[in-house]
Write a protein that binds this ligand. Structure first.
Ligand code: LLP
Length: 425
């Protein structure tokens, strides 16, 4: 049904590799990503926004495997990072430091210093206190810090409450009415090079109207700043472009690009976007095995070997990932309702109810689609489970890009250190 996921001789395949072959090699559950799909998405988005000279910085948090990052870096992507760990990954993947943007509300002193030493292209500052911290670090290092102020434009992204970031009660960004005074104060500090502004309103955005509202507000703000004599060279438009799903079709790239052009296109700004999900979600699947079938009330349970620790999104945001059987669906007398659940001891370890999987049997393989973003990156070892393997596929070849992290590795970190005696208090 797409160039990278299709049935070949009845078996769901990623590029030209049947998923049951990967399962036999690495065991289930596992994540698999199509290089073809990653490249296709990167090229489609960069081409759509090219008329407005927009730089694309991949949001590393969506999929932080350095082999995935290296694919994007090789295509010319910059990176949007939110921690020292993500900086290490982006650099290890070969991203030039000058093409890395450091976002996030809570950068530590150590992170700010290492960002400045590495020569990152831009630090997006989210509060006056953080601006002071960046200035102090730059002064101590004898460097000039390239900063942008992240604006909270008070716009509702019309997405899930847990992934909206720009309403005025949000922890993100600086209230738009505080920007003019802070911008002028920052521009006057010799240890800062204030390059412009940033905004990011939320994630999985399907209705593009909030982008138009937010970016129009940014355009007005920039006109005011310029009228007051400030220099504003760059505008970072954030990420958030959603993908098709249960909520309907995905947004149209041409519309997205047109809104960029209409709102901020003709202002002589160096523009950046920070897409995460759009670039990698549809390139990935989580493949799980069916452990047991169990009669339930209303729907029968299929108990899988994958759980909420492997794919958090259903438990955390009620996200519904389309599921396809790796084999041809078997005809069933009446289409049974199946509730897909994992082995973790939590009621929220529930991927939802699926009407169209046919008759399932123990040992079947199921593919959760759209799992290339915020899947492996958000996984944990809760219930002392493994971190599962990640596999990259290109044409008829595949390779493991993260090995399974097993309990024996975790246990090595839990050997107790020496007692540190504080004396009785
Ligand atoms: N830029 C900034 C500053 C961000 O905070 C984010 C995402 C992005 C870019 C990329 O957004 P995207 O294009 O991927 O929507 N874990 C949630 C999504 C959280 C997104 C957090 N910030 C999920 O699984 O849906």
């Amino acid at each position: 049904d797409s160039p990278w996921f299709s049935r070949r001789k009845g078996i769901l395949s990623i590029d030209d590799v049947p998923l049951d072959r990967i399962a036999a090699a690495v065991g289930t559950p596992f994540y698999a990503y199509s290089v073809t799909a990653l490249r296709h998405h990167y090229r489609a988005l960069t081409e759509a926004v090219a008329p407005h000279r927009v730089e694309v910085c991949f949001a590393v948090k969506a999929n932080s495997n350095i082999n995935v990052l290296a694919e994007f870096a090789a295509l010319g992507a910059g990176m949007d990072i939110v921690s020292g760990g993500e900086m290490a990954r982006a650099l290890a993947a070969g991203t030039p430091a000058g093409r890395i943007i450091f976002s996030g509300v809570g950068k530590s002193d150590a992170e700010i210093r290492s960002a400045l030493r590495a020569g990152l292209g831009q630090i997006n500052v989210e509060s006056p206190a953080e601006l002071d911290a960046v200035a102090a670090a730059a002064r101590a290092l004898g460097l000039r810090a390239p900063v942008a102020l992240r604006v909270n434009p008070d716009v509702d992204a019309l997405t899930h409450a847990k992934i909206t970031t720009a309403r005025k009660d949000s922890k993100f960004g600086i209230a738009i009415n505080e920007i003019p005074a802070l911008y002028a104060a920052a521009a006057a500090r010799p240890e800062l090079h204030v390059v412009g502004l940033a905004v990011h309103i939320g994630s999985q955005i399907l209705d593009l109207t909030p982008f138009r509202l937010a970016w129009s507000a940014m355009a007005a703000l920039i006109r005011d700043l310029r009228a007051a004599g400030q220099q504003v060279d760059r505008l970072d438009l954030g990420g958030g472009l959603g993908i098709a799903g249960a909520g309907g079709p995905g947004p149209d790239l041409a519309d997205y690009a047109r809104i960029i052009g209409q709102t901020v296109g003709d202002m002589g700004l160096a523009l950046t976007i920070e897409p995460g999900r759009w670039l990698c979600a549809q390139a990935g699947v989580l493949v799980a095995g069916v452990h047991y079938l169990k009669r339930g009330d209303g729907a029968d349970f299929a108990i899988l070997d994958a759980a909420m620790n492997d794919l958090m999104r259903p438990a955390l945001y009620d996200a519904h990932h389309p599921v396809t059987t790796v084999h041809e669906p078997r005809p069933a007398p009446a289409m049974p309702l199946v509730r897909l659940v994992g082995p973790v001891c939590e009621s929220s370890d529930d991927f939802g109810t699926y009407p169209d999987l046919g008759a399932l049997r123990a040992g079947d393989l199921l593919a959760f689609r759209d799992a290339g973003a915020y899947g492996a990156a958000m996984s944990s070892t809760y219930n002392s489970r493994d971190l599962i393997p990640e596999v990259l596929v290109e044409g008829d070849r595949f390779r493991v890009i993260r090995r399974r992290v097993q309990i024996r590795t975790a246990l090595r970190l839990e050997t107790p250190g020496a007692w540190q005696v504080t004396g009785a208090v």
